[in-house]
Ligand binder design. Structure first.
Ligand code: PMM
Length: 288
């Protein structure tokens, strides 16, 4: 059995991964996200969706107000705040563990005041102000790797050794975060599937995830409904429908758990949990 990492210390909670991995359910409050943009037109609809994800077994709900889809245009701080704050507040008020998916320190700070426990930063805490906000508040952080920026990141991603370069970046950003006052127990790392990576890079990162796990931090993997899964299905003669992509995403999530990940980020919590529960029984043991 593999050694356990965690518990992951959040603002005023902790998440342990010894008995099971954790599912992070996605609540996108954007008109144009990777796959579910525009589904929640009002804060009440987004809060309801988040609550359903929690009921279905999401340990964390990840609220995001800026699409990071390849080619997506940035949004202003004011617009992002308008989208996410009521949703973070509404979900946190129910006791749900809320993560704010943002690269903006001002949005992170306001979301923390509204009850967020985790800052999920797709820019890997590269902003000194973001590190300061997270250190002061004592929240959990997700440090994700991205090459370039969403607007251009898929143009020509090239690496000599994608897994090594991603691991080096994550290790360095974790060090910088600790130097800024963020406790190591609050840090989770994420290889950033689809962020400045070709389909082949994504598969290498998943196939050699143990090299990211070896950094010693809990690992989060987000692959739900991403383009490479649709491409794999199509190449095998299957329609890349949402339901097929949800099954494919669950298979990818199970593979990530078998390789040592502790958290998977997903749109479809039920299908993902069905898959990760089996993977957990294999790597974490099963008590009937
Ligand atoms: N992917 C998306 C957005 N945020 N955060 C983390 N930590 N990891 C990811 O892989 C990730 C993320 C893009 O997916 P979406 O637009 O479907 O939410």
């Amino acid at each position: 059995m593999r050694p356990t990492r965690g518990p992951w210390r959040l603002r005023d909670r902790a998440l342990a991964f010894d008995a099971s991995s954790a599912v992070m359910g996605i609540v996108n409050v954007t008109p144009d996200s990777f796959s579910d943009g525009g589904r929640h037109p009002t804060p009440a609809a987004a809060i309801d969706h988040g609550l359903r994800l929690v009921e279905r077994g999401a340990a964390i709900v990840d609220v995001g107000g800026e699409s990071s889809r390849p080619g997506a245009a940035p949004v202003t701080t004011a617009e992002e705040l308008r989208r996410v704050l009521p949703v973070v507040e509404g979900l946190a008020a129910t006791g749900a563990v809320v993560s704010i998916d943002t690269a903006k320190p001002d949005v992170a700070a306001a979301a923390i005041d509204a009850g967020a426990q985790i800052v999920n930063d797709i820019t890997g805490l590269t902003s000194p102000r973001m590190r300061q906000v997270c250190a002061r508040a004592g929240v959990g952080v997700v440090i994700m790797h991205m090459r370039g920026e969403p607007a251009t990141m898929q143009e020509h991603p090239t690496y000599d050794d994608v897994v090594g370069e991603v691991a080096t970046f994550l290790a360095r950003q974790a060090e910088v975060a600790v130097a800024a006052g963020i406790a190591p127990e609050r840090i989770v790392v994420d290889p950033g599937i689809g962020f400045g990576k070709t389909f082949a890079h994504n598969l290498l990162l998943l196939g050699e995830l143990d090299r990211i796990v070896a950094l010693g931090f809990p690992v989060l993997v987000g692959l739900s409904r991403k383009g490479f899964l649709g491409a794999i299905l199509e190449a095998a003669g299957m329609e890349p429908t949402i339901s097929n992509r949800d099954v494919a995403s669950a298979a990818g999530a199970a593979a990530a758990i078998l390789a040592g990940a502790d958290i998977v980020r997903t749109h479809d919590v039920v299908t993902t949990r069905a898959a990760t529960t089996v993977a957990d029984a294999i790597v974490r043991g099963w008590n009937r």
